[in-house]
Design a protein around this ligand. Structure first.
Ligand code: SAM
Length: 348
């Protein structure tokens, strides 16, 4: 079928076969039509509001060795830090004062943060009437259950790629099966579950990207966070080709067409590649932004990839005010609700 007809079909039915997705990923002549279609579907299902989530990067200590990531345990070029629970609570209090309704606690897989340390913190955070998202990697099901019972609402764990051979190549010592197990556990335990991928990993094919999107649908994901892979000079993938924004925007837009009512962030990595990257993403299917409220010094040490911190420079309050103005100028408003996934579309 002609690509524009496939776009019409996706917009109307929210279904595409793997080969259709492949065609749309590879056809560079339909990019503007794809972005416009995703923007219409976003508008129809989740409206013009943008949900802002305050991101706290609370530890850069990680036991894993993901070959693309600046936090990988073998990277000796960064100074490691860990916030104590009191500092996390203090930042969350500030987030609530700034008007945020959600805090996202993200970090490396740091053994210090046991259930016994995190559960009391989660209970304190819930007293602030905030929704809490965790993004702290792979844990046993019992840990996820304890965090849920203590009040965690959402969990972000990117599958990174559904190409198992590629996954295993870039995650030495980790198991693809365990990552899937984590995502299934999170879903079963009632978390709003977010996953996502890196777009542009060396060796990644258009077909594997098409399968990634079908995986999001099969998981019935509540959020999808995806972004361009940006080579980090302190990692083994330092010589990978220069990153590009358009391929990531395309996968994001196709995700919006197939999962029309989910939450999709315009990611920091998109803004890192282009000054207006996040606004472009909001006009191509995204409806969430996660402003970073981590203190400047620690934010700089949370060095996943180069340029990450210039994308959101300035104090958190000033950044929020400037962002609100930019969103208004782009015809979007800032949500005052918790902004959870409200299902308006069911997969038959
Ligand atoms: N440890 C947690 C986990 O595994 O989910 C959360 C922290 S991890 C650093 C957060 C995300 O950063 C990963 O899911 C990965 O996709 C992204 N990331 C890491 N290195 C990156 C790079 N070089 N370019 C773009 N994104 C990167």
């Amino acid at each position: 079928m002609d690509s524009l007809a496939l776009l019409d079909q996706a917009q109307a039915t929210h279904h595409l076969q793997e080969d259709d997705l492949l065609q749309l990923i590879e056809d560079q002549t339909i990019n503007d039509a794809l972005f416009a279609a995703a923007d219409r579907v976003r508008q129809k299902y989740v409206g013009n509001e943008v949900h802002l989530r305050a991101l706290i990067e609370f530890t850069n200590i990680c036991r894993n060795n993901c070959l693309y990531c600046g936090l990988q345990c073998q990277n000796r070029a960064i100074t490691r830090y860990r916030m104590d629970p009191g500092q996390v609570l203090h930042l969350a209090q500030q987030a609530a004062q700034y008007g945020y309704k959600t805090v996202v606690l993200q970090g490396g897989e740091d053994a210090f943060f046991t259930v016994d340390r995190l559960v009391p913190l989660l209970r304190q955070l819930k007293k602030l009437h905030l929704a809490v998202t965790l993004s702290i990697g792979e844990r046993p099901r019992a840990d996820y259950q304890a965090f849920k019972e203590a009040g965690a609402d959402r969990y972000l764990l990117r599958i990174e790629t559904t190409d198992q051979a590629l996954y295993e190549k870039y995650h030495p010592g980790m198991s693809f099966e365990n990552r899937l197990r984590c995502l299934r556990d999170l879903k079963e335990l009632g978390y709003e579950t977010g996953t996502g991928i890196l777009v542009g990993l060396p060796g990644q094919t258009s077909r594997s990207l098409a399968r990634d999107i079908l995986f999001f649908k099969q998981l019935n994901a509540d959020m999808i966070g995806l972004g361009p892979f940006i080579p980090n000079p302190d990692t083994p993938l330092k010589d990978a080709p220069a990153p590009q924004l358009t391929p990531a925007l395309k996968i994001m837009a196709l995700t919006r067409l197939l999962l029309p009512d989910i939450n999709i962030p315009a990611t920091t990595s998109m803004e890192t590649l282009e000054p207006n990257g996040q606004i472009k993403a909001l006009q191509s299917g995204a409806n969430v932004i996660m402003p970073n409220i981590t203190d400047e010094k620690q934010r700089r040490l949370y060095a996943l990839y180069p340029g990450k911190n210039t994308a959101a420079a300035g104090t958190p309050l000033l950044y929020r005010r400037q962002l609100e103005a930019r969103l208004k100028a782009a015809g979007r408003s800032v949500s005052t609700s918790y902004g959870g996934h409200v299902s308006k579309h069911s997969t038959p």
